[in-house]
Design a protein around this ligand. Structure first.
Ligand SMILES: Cc1cc2nc3c(=O)[nH]c(=O)nc-3n(C[C@H](O)[C@H](O)[C@H](O)COP(=O)(O)O)c2cc1C
Length: 386
């Protein structure tokens, strides 16, 4: 694939990762891309790099435009190795290049690569002249690492947003208007739910900082570049960052002999009777990163497991650990499950949900196989609480 010109003399020169299916535990069923951008001006500037394995792909694309040794600046918006991993290889060629990064970026890059490259540390609000164009930097700490920053070219109205607004999609298309809008939005939502969700307050600050900019293009570090649906993705980020929920319940469970599944279905019915939109997710057939996409706007999260050897099932424990880390705010929860004798799993789930910040509204516990009477009684009791 050739470099793609975004605007005159500004090129996408990144890499496409068609095979990626697991990104630190996130199921990337559509692969991904690592987007790097080359600006040809008086100072030749590369914005971010790509995962180390793809360094040659990046260098091939850069070489189609200029000799890589001519690069003056490399902006490192984010230390994580999917964006910085090719720095060592590029800096072997671009010997005089200066790496532009935030103070935390400097610490992070040194801790990763143990090199004393030529660094220039940038502060929020600082400008850097490239010649005809200027780069303006806005530090965005904890969206989603301490080092994150974004940069903006006022002359072109392009925001290089790094991980913000990204999506894990491998495609030869580079712009949002060339791809299915529904898929791009779904993947942007999944990305937010699995990567950005813990940092809603910081996202709100970033949205405030960039709200004064006239943005005609958001050049992300993963997936499609936004140029058609900018207001829509900013609107969605604003909504997700506010932790606003809908009248919706996601019911997540594991089961050995289907009793907990029966309880899950009845919980679903109770919510439906009360006018909630519901989604039922068996942990054996759904990946936790896909479940998070549904949770992002859900008022209720109901989590179930039978008791297995005095514990909840490992899939449920894994899901709860993941959920606790991503920490959606202002949500209600229900713990449920079938058991034989001790029945410890239900309290363990309730405790884990409480520890994760949820308001646990009910514990539903049924001995062995629930009969119709048990289930009907349970529905009526639950409905009174909803
Ligand atoms: C291998 C195994 C271990 C179990 N360990 C416990 C236990 O420690 N405590 C308990 O209360 N029930 C235990 N049970 C009983 C199950 O919790 C019970 O059969 C329950 O109804 C299963 O629900 P399910 O149909 O949703 O899998 C165990 C069952 C199995 C198969």
């Amino acid at each position: 694939m050739q470099p793609v010109e975004l605007k005159k003399d500004i090129y996408w020169v990144g890499a496409i990762d068609w095979d990626l299916r697991n990104f630190h535990g996130y199921l990337t069923q559509r692969g991904s891309s690592y987007n790097a951008y080359l600006i040809i001006d008086e100072k030749i500037t590369l914005i971010d790099t790509v995962k180390g394995l793809f360094a040659d792909e990046l260098l091939d694309r850069v070489s189609k435009i200029i000799d890589p040794s001519k690069i003056d600046y490399i902006v490192s918006n984010h230390v994580e190795m999917d964006h910085s991993g090719s720095l060592p290889k590029i800096l072997e060629l671009a010997k005089n290049a200066t790496v532009i990064t935030s103070p935390n970026g400097l610490n992070g890059l040194k801790a990763h690569y143990k090199k004393n490259w030529n660094f220039k540390i940038i502060k929020s609000g600082e400008h850097l002249s490239l010649g005809k164009r200027t780069l303006e930097f806005i530090l965005t700490p904890m969206v989603h690492w301490p080092d994150n920053m974004v940069c903006y070219i006022p002359q072109e109205k392009i925001l290089f947003s790094n991980d913000a607004f990204g999506q894990h999609i491998a495609s030869t298309e580079r712009f949002d208007d060339m791809y299915s809008f529904e898929v791009v939005m779904e993947e942007a939502k999944k990305y937010y739910a699995n990567i950005v969700l813990p940092y809603g307050t910081q996202v709100q600050n970033v949205l405030k900082s960039v709200s004064g900019l006239d943005i005609k293009m958001i050049a992300t570090s993963h997936g499609l570049i936004w140029r058609e649906h900018i207001s829509k993705i900013v609107e969605e980020y604003t909504k997700w960052a506010s932790n606003k929920t809908e009248k919706k319940a996601v019911i997540v469970y594991d089961t050995m002999w289907n009793s907990t599944k029966k309880i899950a279905s009845k919980i679903q019915q109770a919510f439906e009777d009360k006018g909630y939109k519901t989604i039922l997710k068996n942990l054996q057939t759904n990946h936790i990163s896909d479940i998070m996409t549904d949770i992002i706007t859900s008022e209720y999260i109901c989590v179930g497991s039978p008791t297995l050897n005095n514990n909840m099932m490992p899939n449920t424990a894994g899901f709860l650990t993941y959920l606790k880390g991503l920490a959606p705010k202002n949500r209600k929860a229900i713990a449920f499950g079938s058991y034989g004798w001790g029945g410890q799993s239900i309290k363990q789930i309730a405790d884990a949900l409480t520890e994760a910040g949820f308001k646990v509204e009910d514990n539903i516990k049924i001995n062995y196989i629930p009969n119709r009477e048990d289930l009907n009684k349970m529905i009526e009791l639950l409905k009174e609480k909803l």
